[in-house]
Design a protein. Sequence first.
Length: 226
Amino acid sequence: MGEPRTIDPLSPDWVVVLLLVVVALLAWTNVASPRKWGLVLEGAFRTRVSRRSLREDIDLQARSMLGLLLALLAGMALFVQQALVMRGTLGAGPGAYALVMAALVLLLVLQVLLLRALAWFFQGDGGLQEYAYALVLNHLVLGAVLLPLAVLVAYRPALRPALLSTGAVLAVLIVVLRWGRAVFIGRSSGMPFRHIFLYLCAAEILPVLLALRTLQHHGPPAFHLP
């Protein structure tokens, strides 16, 4: 009898299907609305969201925008699942992936709804609408950065530790830049700094710290906080 086949939990067959769907969505977006790729660059390199993008390009009900967002969120979810599998805190199957994807989508929806609710509560914009769109652009940038890393993690086992570390550092950098953008947009729109600080602490920084703390407690002993 031959040697038993070694199964790599990070490169199962369903990942191939997922990546084909992601590539198809990206190709369709490229054909249907190639200007959407400019939004990724704008989200990465501009401090403020341009008026033209606010007026014309960022339509969360447009199919091309939803397709691009869904494809890049799918890549981000795959990277997050891979990192959690390597830590031993999540399974490697499609069910676990669907859970991560649903959590990311829900998080984005809740963040946008919270910003709109705050704009209604304060009876003024104060840059909240612009930051809501900047938040969406930030997720596009995160997905665009993490998708190629997720592909390499799946099919280059020897590089996994370095790739996961690189992705984590880039993700932290992109999120911190988003928080800096929140301060800049808010102050430029006349929002008091204390309101910006309270929002960031309560709605963005605290959830991140709680998530990291939870992962520390549910990960292997080597990852536990002292």
